[in-house]
Ligand binder design. Sequence first.
Ligand code: FCB
Length: 452
Amino acid sequence: MGFRDDFVWGAATSAYQIEGAVNEDGKGVTIWDEFCRQSGKILNGENAATACDHYHRYKEDIALMKEMGIPAYRFSIDWARVLPEGTGTVNEAGIRFYDNLVNALLEAGIEPYMTLYHWELPIALERRGGWMNPEIVEWFGDYAALIAERFSDRVTHFFTINEPQCFVGLGYLTGGHAPGMKRSLSDTLLMAHNVLKAHGRAVQRLREKAKRPIEVGYAPTCGGVYPESEKPEDIEAARRSYFSIPEDGNWTWNVPWWSDPVLLGHYPKEGLERFEAYMPAVTDADMKLISEPIDFYGQNIYNGWCVRAGKDGEPETVERYTGFPRTACGWPITPEVLRWAPRFLYERYKKPIYITENGISCRDVISLDGKVHDPQRIDFTARYLRELRKAADDGADIRGYFYWSLIDNFEWSEGYSQRFGLVYVDYRNQQRIPKDSAEWYRQVIQTNGEYI
Ligand code: FCB
């Protein structure tokens, strides 16, 4: 048992977090460009104008991946780099950048996994109503068609949308991310519906224009849930809790609202009842579009909470003990989540699963010896991967794992304060230093996970 022989080992990034070159070669302005310009939005007043300068250094970054023996790379396209206005005229210089990137990856023997939307909406579309405007379904569909036309001769694996929970919840409900709005429940439910329809339309248009057979997936997120024990009642309580919708706070932070429509063709009943008065009009045709079949299911999983069956049998959250382990950004370290969440997802949605993101931010520094020692990252990843292997042993169809991130990068409103990379970036001079974890991951990959 253990990981499949063809298990996909990868590393992930996203366009806005690494590329820089925000004003170069005809790239259009995005909501993140504008958000970074507003004072007080990004920690220390930082921005992504240069980020990791990957736009000019992609060859070096690919060479690093090759040295690490990483066989798969998940990255995203900046919509406004290829379509500056979001629709209409194509920016050939932007296409050329991704062409060069894809070609260099393939030359290095690295399989590209391309994400269409990792949060930087072209500002021109935001001004036309963005995700509130139902026309976005076709805007996104046309963008997907362009991507298939230009890249599907070489790229086989596509993801439509990354973490709708975050860009709707943080961007338009709590306001901590671009474009920094606090909209109503009914507005965000309408946006969510348009996001889901846009996903479905992109699946259709990708397939319609594909030059070869392609595989299409989706990459949502959410905290996971794991049971306190292996008693059936605790497992059931954890499962129920994982697929429920929070009663207060940020409603977007859940799995079923974003995944049941895509995989099961309907919204979860619990949410429909709670949100009844705020729901947009939903037609059968919408649900058919949203549930356009996909090939695999991606989930970004960083941590989760522990649940047991309470005295009344209802799920009860187990409190974290004093001094509970946490990452540099304060996220709890909960390896068990990588056993149980994928298993629950596989049971419910019955699709092959990729862990499309998982990783840790550490207070990495360059040591006296010039190296970056990150034992905590190695320990974190080993613990999580051991649990993921158990999920595979339990029978879940786990196809791959993408460590977040290949390199340190611009962590959205946290600026450059959080280092998630296997490779350290010295932002003073853009020097890359593979951390100890890079060599460790190389061995994990080489032994197909035996090394952990
Ligand atoms: C995820 C995002 C990714 C990165 C990691 C740390 O929510 O998809 O861009 O910020 O968290």
